[in-house]
Ligand binder design. Sequence first.
Ligand SMILES: Nc1ncnc2c1ncn2[C@@H]1O[C@H](COP(=O)(O)OP(=O)(O)OP(=O)(O)O)[C@@H](O)[C@H]1O
Ligand SMILES: O=C(O)[C@H](O)[C@@H](O)[C@H](O)[C@H](O)CO
Length: 166
Amino acid sequence: MTPHLLVVMGVSGSGKSTVAMRLAETCGWPFQEGDSLHPPENVEKMHNGIPLNDADRAPWLRRCHQWLADHAGSGGVLSCSALKRVYRETLREGLDVTFVYLHADPGLIHERMEHRPGHFMPATLLSSQLATLEVPGPDENVISLDSTLTPDEISAAVERRLEAEA
Ligand SMILES: Nc1ncnc2c1ncn2[C@@H]1O[C@H](COP(=O)(O)OP(=O)(O)OP(=O)(O)O)[C@@H](O)[C@H]1O
Ligand SMILES: O=C(O)[C@H](O)[C@@H](O)[C@H](O)[C@H](O)CO
C-alpha cells in the first residue's frame, strides 16, 4: 500500500497503542509510541493523577510532529491521544496525516485501564481525558472506529478505507 502517516488517537485506554502496533505490523510501516515522546515531567504528572494542560502538551506535540515529518516518505503509525482540534492541527502542519479515532463506552475504557498491568496512567484520569476530548470532525481526515472491535478488525477496516481512497 502507498505509505501513509497515521495517527491513532483517542483517550487513554481506548486502545491506541494496541491498534497502532497492529497497523504498523500489517502495513509494514514504522511504529512510534506517542507516550515515549513525553518529557519525563509529563509522565510524572500523569502518574501522580494530575491531568496535563496545553503548556505541558506543547513540547510533546512538537516532538510527535517531528516524528511524523521524519516519516513522510516511508509512512508511519503514531499512537497519540491528540485530544483537541488544535493539537491535531499541530500534528498535521505541512503534512498529509490520516487520524484513526478509537471510541468506546467510558465504562468499558475504565474497565480496561483498571485491568492493564504496569501502566503509569491511573484510571482516575479518564474523566479529564473525556472532558478534554474534542471529537474529530468530518473535515479532519479521520477514520472513526468502535474500539470494541478486535485490533485485527480495526486494522482491517483502516486498510480497507485507505485502499478505497487510493
Ligand atoms: N480492541 C481491543 N479489544 C479489547 N481490548 C483491547 C483492545 N484494544 C486495547 N485493548 C486492551 O485495553 C487496554 C488499553 O489498551 P492500550 O494500552 O492499547 O490503550 P491506549 O489508548 O494506548 O492507552 P494509553 O494512551 O493510556 O497508553 C490494554 O490492556 C489492551 O490490551
Ligand atoms: O494528552 C494526554 O493527556 C496524554 O497524551 C495522555 O493521553 C497519555 O499520554 C496517555 O493516554 C497515557 O496513557
